[in-house]
Design a protein around this ligand. Structure first.
Ligand SMILES: Cc1ncc(COP(=O)(O)O)c(C=O)c1O
Length: 393
């Protein structure tokens, strides 16, 4: 079945405005069914969970269905996930609860959003762990691979954190291959799936990861995130529950009553929208990224950071670039003067990547981040705007 773009666009009330949304890696627009379900929940069933009276029991069921849908969506067990405010918050909670021995080593990558760094620096300070940095340079195509990780691994390493897709580079890392290398060394792998999840199926079991997190507010839903920890990895996670509550499942260990009810109950609507659509979404997004990349690659003064290929097996449509003789900030400001295209400049919290690996100035990159509800016409329109804004060649 070809992807029906107009049908998809009709599911997002925000797209009816005079604005082209191209900062989707920052946050996507929200499905109408999600918005409606939240209104309904708040208007009719917003009571404290755990009660046995009629409204309470409806609320309990809706919340539980949200958890069940989230677990099923990522192919995890119900006891292997917790929902919370943001990926940053969930990693911070995990960093408080993980237990390692003084002197153990952890490996952190420099290709990350700071969300997948700061919590582990904090954990390293708390537990007196040694940090090793993992970097991939341009000769490796800026890709994190098992090959460039292996020289850092040893039996002292107990934990490795990396991103599935960088929110700047858009390149997809082979997390299965990385997980296998990490496990061979006897360590645990934690993956930031925030920039991957809006574009592809998440299957934590086939990825072979120990910890994985992403945020539904970038996957067409509200501001809530999910953290997965496999049952075996949970042996390293201390329960943070009140002393009189059980601490067996991940939700019980790290939940802190922070799975916002109206957001939790909306997850089945996101899952059912995406169910069976990812192949078509991948194909459509491949066409979008090709239009933009063909233009950027044709300019000798322009550097696309990350893969220049439009191949959907290699990247998602988060495209960042810099252009000689014009700053990233100026590109965005000039485009905003003449169009309704919403995209941004900066380091997007991947500051170590922008400063230390890409060696960029304070204005970082210009980033255009597309998703399936963008149209080929919009991206051709963007190219026309860039043709006006960028230096003549
Ligand atoms: C790759 C990546 N990881 C993590 C985050 C942080 O997610 P949250 O806002 O849910 O903490 C972002 C947000 O932009 C991101 O792009």
């Amino acid at each position: 079945m070809p992807f029906d773009i107009s049908k998809a666009r009709g599911c997002f009330p925000a797209l009816q405005q005079d604005q082209v949304f191209l900062d989707n890696a920052g946050g996507s627009q929200v499905l109408d069914v999600v918005i409606n379900s939240m209104t309904q929940y708040l208007s009719q069933t917003n009571v404290q969970l755990g009660a046995s009276y009629r409204t309470g029991s409806v609320s309990n069921t809706k919340y539980e269905e949200g958890y069940q849908a989230a677990a099923k969506y990522i192919n995890a067990g119900r006891d292997e996930i917790v929902l919370g405010g943001s990926t940053t918050q969930l990693f911070m909670n995990l960093a408080n609860a993980l237990d390692f021995h003084e002197g153990d080593e952890i490996i952190l990558s420099k290709m990350e959003h700071e969300t997948n760094v700061k919590p582990w620096l904090f954990m390293a300070e708390r537990l007196k762990l040694k940090i090793k940095w993992w970097v991939s340079d341009r000769s490796d195509g800026l890709r994190l691979t098992a090959k460039n990780l292996k020289p850092l691994l040893s039996e002292k390493v107990k934990f490795v954190a990396c991103t599935h897709v960088s929110n700047i580079l858009g390149t997809i890392h082979d997390v299965r291959e990385i997980a296998d290398a990490v496990h061979e060394a006897g360590a645990l792998l934690c993956v930031d799936g925030v920039s991957f999840a809006p574009h592809r199926n998440v299957n934590v079991k086939s990825f072979g990861v120990d910890f994985y997190s992403f945020s539904w507010y970038k996957v067409y839903g509200p501001h809530i995130a999910v953290l997965y920890a496999s049952n075996s990895a949970q042996e390293h996670v201390k329960s943070m529950a009140h002393y009189f509550n059980p601490g067996n499942t991940l939700e019980e260990k790290l939940g802190f009553a922070s799975s916002n009810y109206e957001c939790t109950q909306s997850i089945p609507y996101i899952a059912s929208y995406l169910d069976g659509s990812i192949d078509a979404i991948t194909e459509h997004e491949g066409k979008l990224q090709k239009i933009l990349l063909d233009y950027l690659n044709s300019r000798p003064d322009t550097t696309v950071h990350g893969s220049t290929s439009a191949d959907s097996t290699v990247r998602v449509p988060t495209v960042s670039f810099t252009v000689e003789k014009i700053s990233s900030k100026t590109i965005v400001e000039e485009a905003e003067k003449i169009s309704n295209f919403g995209f941004r400049w900066g380091h997007f919290y991947s500051k170590r990547l922008c400063d230390e690996v890409l060696c960029l100035g304070p204005e970082g990159v210009t980033r255009v981040s597309m998703v399936h509800y963008n149209t080929e016409e919009e991206i051709r329109g963007l190219v026309s705007v860039l043709e006006k804004v960028l230096p003549k060649i």
